[in-house]
Design a protein around this ligand. Structure first.
Ligand code: 0O2
Length: 207
């Protein structure tokens, strides 16, 4: 039953999902190093801040049900890629694509899929660039390539997403009023306007 699976997930969280924590340790360290390197090289880093999370058991269970995935480790690993999640928030839109190019060049990260919700926003107005990756994790006597999702977005996109998430939380099982949805779409456009103007200003100042 659902509650049994849920209990099982919670109990086995530590062991079952250890590899995902390892992947997040790797990714966090990778981008901390990039941040330091950028600062020492140029006195400026494109990374505003970053955050990692392991998908919570309830959210994972919902996804398993929604996608109709059989509940075993192999199936889950092959079909759900965002158990380990890393979010990198940048200053400018260009930084998002610069980070993407950097990640694509790394030998310890394999990019499996790119979902560009900046070019093609979600109906909600959500913008971000998602990379489904595999992260190299070196164990005592084997090498793992652990699935993870890296979300790249600007501060402005991050502000919108965090606020929208909070506003929608209340309606988890119901429908958000159409008018509120439209306002959120408009707010996403305003947030993007700010990103574009910041880029223009930067280009002016760099000339
Ligand atoms: P949580 O709590 O972080 O787990 P997929 O089947 O995986 O290819 P899916 O599930 O649509 O497709 O994945 P996608 O779109 O790549 O990423 C889903 C994640 O993107 C969400 O995580 C959010 O972090 C973010 N996201 C997507 N759409 C929205 C949106 O409209 N508003 C906000 N605020 N965030 C969004 P989870 O799984 O919802 O949450």
């Amino acid at each position: 039953s659902k509650s049994e699976i849920f209990e099982l997930l919670q109990k086995n969280w530590g062991g079952y999902f250890r590899q995902y924590q390892m992947a997040l340790n790797e990714l966090t360290s990778d981008f901390q190093i990039i941040d330091l390197d950028w600062k020492s090289r140029y006195g400026y880093s494109p990374i505003e801040h970053m955050k990692s999370r392991i998908k919570n058991p309830l959210s994972l269970l919902k996804k398993i049900e929604k996608k109709n995935i059989p509940f075993n480790q192999k199936a889950v690993q092959e079909q759900i890629f965002d158990i380990a999640g890393m979010r990198i928030v940048t200053t400018f839109i260009d930084d998002v694509y610069m980070m993407k190019e950097h990640i694509e060049k790394r030998e310890d990260i394999r990019v499996m899929r790119v979902k560009d919700f900046i070019q093609n926003p979600k109906p909600s107005g959500y913008k971000s660039l998602h990379l489904v990756v595999q992260t190299k994790v070196i164990l005592a006597d084997e090498i793992l390539w652990v699935p993870a999702e890296i979300q790249l977005r600007t501060s402005s996109m991050d502000f919108w997403a965090a606020t929208e998430h909070k506003l929608n939380y209340k309606y988890e099982d119901g429908e958000v009023p159409a008018d509120a949805k439209q306002q959120l779409v408009d707010l996403a456009a305003s947030a993007f306007q700010m990103d574009k103007q910041m880029s223009l200003l930067r280009n002016q100042l760099l000339k």
